[in-house]
Ligand binder design. Structure first.
Ligand SMILES: C[S@@+](CC[C@H](N)C(=O)[O-])C[C@H]1O[C@@H](n2cnc3c(N)ncnc32)[C@H](O)[C@@H]1O
Length: 293
């Protein structure tokens, strides 16, 4: 009896341990999340990029652009939207990361009809390599060229990017700034989708060195059950300024480097991109630099 009791207790204790382990082992929302999907939902608006490229190219060249090279393309969502937007459009997607490109092939390219998907060519290579025909637009989005930390490196990239453009081609890149962007220990939090499957996007500005303008940024995702994907993406860049980038573009041989700013102050309304040489000193801003070959 005593023995039985003891073994019963033991059995009960064992089953509790098993229950606890099973709970411990059951996957959290973070375990089940796809970091590339979270990134796409929180950071990218590919259709807006395509609209912006159309607007600027048409304003400068008076026609519709047909070819796009997307440097630092990641999962090349912009290339996919580009070819979807016109049956005569082609795109070249360039990135170094096998994992990221594969996700793009499986998810973004995989969603397109075969006849559309075949107009995207994916190249796993350094952006400083050529291998693409001269294009109407070469885009380098989400501040990715900030990975080049010296004037020499950035100038070299701009020269090579220019060589990849058609004679009336445009290089388009985004920039951010404003005093808030230099704050460290600052986490900008946004809720992406409300409800059961919602998650939070955290942009952390972790480090800034005023001596050489080195910065470290992290993207974390936080889920409804409290679990997190910490440092899902991390960037160690130089914080370039608009005048530095414009000067280097001209030095690289571009004939003009224009700044396009969103004139619309109401965030709920569509952006109104205008070229400008002077703008209000917003605490944080994003703009585009458009360089004409
Ligand atoms: C900030 S992500 C940008 C992804 C995408 N362009 C977007 O708008 O979200 C930077 C990407 O650049 C790629 N990358 C970094 N250095 C590179 C290089 N020298 N050549 C090609 N790709 C590079 C990384 O693999 C990464 O996918």
């Amino acid at each position: 009896m005593a023995k039985g009791n003891h073994s019963n207790k033991h059995a009960i204790r064992n089953s509790k341990t098993q229950e606890k382990s099973a709970a411990d082992l059951s996957p959290t929302m973070a375990d089940e999340a796809d970091k590339f999907d979270c990134y796409l939902q929180s950071v990218q608006e590919p259709e807006h990029e395509v609209d912006m490229f159309n607007l600027v190219y048409n304003e400068i060249n008076g026609r519709k652009p047909l070819t796009l090279r997307e440097d630092f393309c990641g999962t090349f969502a912009v290339c996919c939207d580009w070819v979807k937007s016109d049956k005569n459009r082609r795109a070249w997607a360039v990135d170094l990361s096998d994992e990221t490109l594969q996700w793009g092939k499986d998810h973004n390219l995989g969603k397109l009809k075969p006849a559309v998907a075949e107009r995207v060519e994916v190249l796993r290579q350094d952006v400083r390599e050529g291998n693409t025909p001269p294009v109407d637009i070469l885009a380098a989005q989400n501040f990715s060229f900030w990975c080049f930390k010296t004037r020499t490196e950035l100038l070299d990239y701009f020269r090579k990017a220019r060589a990849n453009l058609a004679d009336d081609g445009l290089m388009i890149m985004d920039m951010m700034g404003g005093q808030d962007c230099y704050d460290t220990d600052l986490v900008d939090k946004r809720t992406i989708v409300k409800g059961k499957n919602g998650f939070k996007y955290h942009w952390e500005q972790a480090y800034f060195n005023p001596v050489n303008a080195d910065v470290s940024f992290y993207i974390h995702f936080k889920f409804g059950d409290g679990s997190k994907l910490k440092r899902a993406f991390e960037y160690h860049w130089r914080f370039w300024t608009i005048p530095e980038v414009r000067e280097l573009l001209l030095e690289a041989g571009f004939s003009e480097a224009l700044v396009y700013w969103d004139e619309e102050e109401d965030e709920d309304k569509d952006a109104k991109w205008v070229t400008t040489e002077e703008m209000r000193n917003d605490a944080s801003w994003i703009c585009y630099i458009v360089a004409r070959k």
